[in-house]
Design a protein. Structure first.
Length: 375
C-alpha cells in the first residue's frame, strides 16, 4: 500500500505554498518567518527534517529568496530532500559557528519575526539573544490560515489516511474479546496500523468498561470482561505526513441497558453535527448542535470536551470545533466531529469521523458503521 503513497506534495505545490506564505508575511508586516523542523517546515518545503539540538531553520523573508540554514552534517540530507528540487538556497553552519547570529544577520535589526509555533524554547531564547531589538511572535499568525484550507491533493491524502484507519477498525472485532487485556488488543491494533500503510503509529486508545469514561485513557493491563463497552480511538501518520484519527465504540457480547440508551443519543448528536457542516457555519455552531442534543437528553454534564479539532499534517490543528470559536467554516477545512458521553466509574462512548467541508456541504473520510458494534 505504501508504494502508491507520495512522501511529499508536487514541487509546484510546495513552491506555491512558499509564495503564498511570503505574501502573507508581507501582509502582516513581519520581516520573516523562522521555521524549524516540524509540520510547518514539512508543509512549506516537504522537508521532513529531524529535530535536533543543532539549528535547522527555514528563513522565509518578506522580501528576498528564502534560505534553509542547516548544520553541515545535515547538508547532504537537505540537498536530497525536496529543497533540492525547489532550487532553494541551502546555507550551512559549522560546529564552531553561532547559527542564530548568522540568521540574525540576514534580517533587519528592528521590526518583528514570526517563530515556528513548535520551536523549542531553547532555540527561542537563542534567537531572543541574537535579535534583542526584534519583536518575536508566532508564525501561526501567517501559517494557520494557509494550512486550514486544504487543497484537493491534501483532501485526497486525508481520504487515503481515512481509508487506511477504516481498514484497521474493520479488524478490531477479531481482537476485542473477553479475557484479553487492553494492552494485548492495542498491540494487535498498532501492528495493523503499520500494515495498512501508515509510516507511524501516533496513538492507540483501548478503553474498556470504567476506563471508557476517561477520554484519553490509552491502554492498561485491565482484562476485558463480557458486557464491557470499549472505546477504541486510533490514528497514525501516513508516509506523506497526513494523519488519520477515528473512534468507534464496541461492546463485548452485550452492553448495559443504560449504555445502549445514551449511545443512541450520542449517535444522533454526531450525525446531526456532521450534517450541519457547510461553508459559512461557525466552528462553535457545530459544537452547539452536538451539545444541545446531548444536553436535551440529560447528559450534558457528561460531554466533557470540545466536539472536534482540525487535522492534516498534525492530528490536532486549527480549526477547533468548540464554543467561543466563531471562525466561519470554509470549503477545504478538515476536522473531526467526535462528541462523547462519559459515565465516571462505569463506561463511556465516543464516535469520531474526520469531515471535510465541501463547496455545498461535507464529506466524511471515515466510513465504518457508527452503530454500536457488538463483538
Amino acid at each position: 500500500m505504501t508504494a502508491n503513497i507520495p512522501t511529499h506534495p508536487p514541487i509546484a505545490d510546495l513552491a506555491d505554498r512558499i509564495a503564498r506564505a511570503q505574501a502573507a508575511t508581507q501582509e502582516v508586516g513581519a520581516n520573516a518567518l523562522l521555521i524549524t523542523p516540524g509540520p510547518d517546515l514539512r508543509y512549506l518545503t516537504g522537508y521532513d527534517a529531524v529535530p535536533l539540538e543543532r539549528l535547522t531553520c527555514l528563513i522565509l523573508r518578506a522580501e528576498g529568496d528564502p534560505v534553509m540554514m542547516v548544520p553541515r552534517l545535515e547538508l547532504e540530507a537537505a540537498k536530497a530532500s525536496p529543497l533540492g528540487e525547489l532550487g532553494m538556497i541551502i546555507a550551512f553552519w559549522d560546529e564552531v559557528d553561532d547559527p542564530y547570529r548568522r540568521v540574525a544577520r540576514m534580517l533587519p535589526d528592528r521590526g518583528w519575526v514570526g517563530l515556528d509555533n513548535h520551536m523549542w524554547a531553547q532555540k527561542v531564547l537563542h534567537f531572543r539573544d541574537a535579535m534583542p531589538e526584534v519583536t518575536q511572535g508566532l508564525a501561526g499568525v501567517v501559517l494557520e490560515g494557509l494550512r486550514m484550507r486544504k487543497s484537493a491533493d491534501e483532501v485526497a491524502a486525508l481520504r487515503r489516511a481515512g481509508s487506511a484507519i477504516d481498514s484497521v477498525h474493520e479488524r478490531v472485532p477479531q481482537w476485542l474479546r473477553a479475557g484479553r487485556t487492553e494492552r494485548e488488543v492495542a498491540r494487535d491494533i498498532a501492528e495493523a496500523i503499520l500494515e495498512v500503510g501508515h509510516a507511524r503509529v501516533d496513538f492507540v486508545i483501548v478503553a474498556s468498561g470504567p476506563n471508557g469514561a476517561s477520554p484519553h485513557h490509552e491502554v492498561s493491563e485491565r482484562v476485558i470482561e463480557a458486557g464491557d463497552p470499549v472505546v477504541v480511538d486510533i490514528g497514525g501518520t501516513m508516509p506523506d505526513g497526513y494523519c488519520s484519527d477515528e473512534t468507534r465504540t464496541y461492546a463485548v457480547g452485550s452492553a448495559p441497558a443504560e449504555f445502549v440508551e445514551y449511545y443512541a443519543v450520542l449517535q444522533a448528536a454526531q450525525e446531526a453535527a456532521c450534517q450541519h457542516v457547510k461553508p459559512g457555519v461557525t466552528a462553535e455552531s457545530i459544537d452547539a448542535v452536538a451539545r444541545s442534543i446531548i444536553s436535551d437528553a440529560g447528559y450534558g454534564d457528561l460531554f466533557i470536551h470540545r466536539t472536534g479539532h482540525g487535522i492534516g499534517l498534525e492530528t490536532h490543528e486549527e480549526p477547533y470545533i468548540v464554543a467561543g470559536n466563531d471562525e466561519p467554516i470554509e470549503a477545504g477545512f478538515a476536522f473531526s466531529v467526535e462528541p462523547g458521553i462519559y459515565q465516571s466509574g462505569l463506561h463511556g462512548a465516543r464516535i469520531e469521523d474526520i469531515v471535510v467541508c465541501t463547496d455545498d456541504g461535507y464529506e466524511r473520510v471515515n466510513h465504518r458503521p457508527r452503530d454500536l458494534i457488538i463483538t
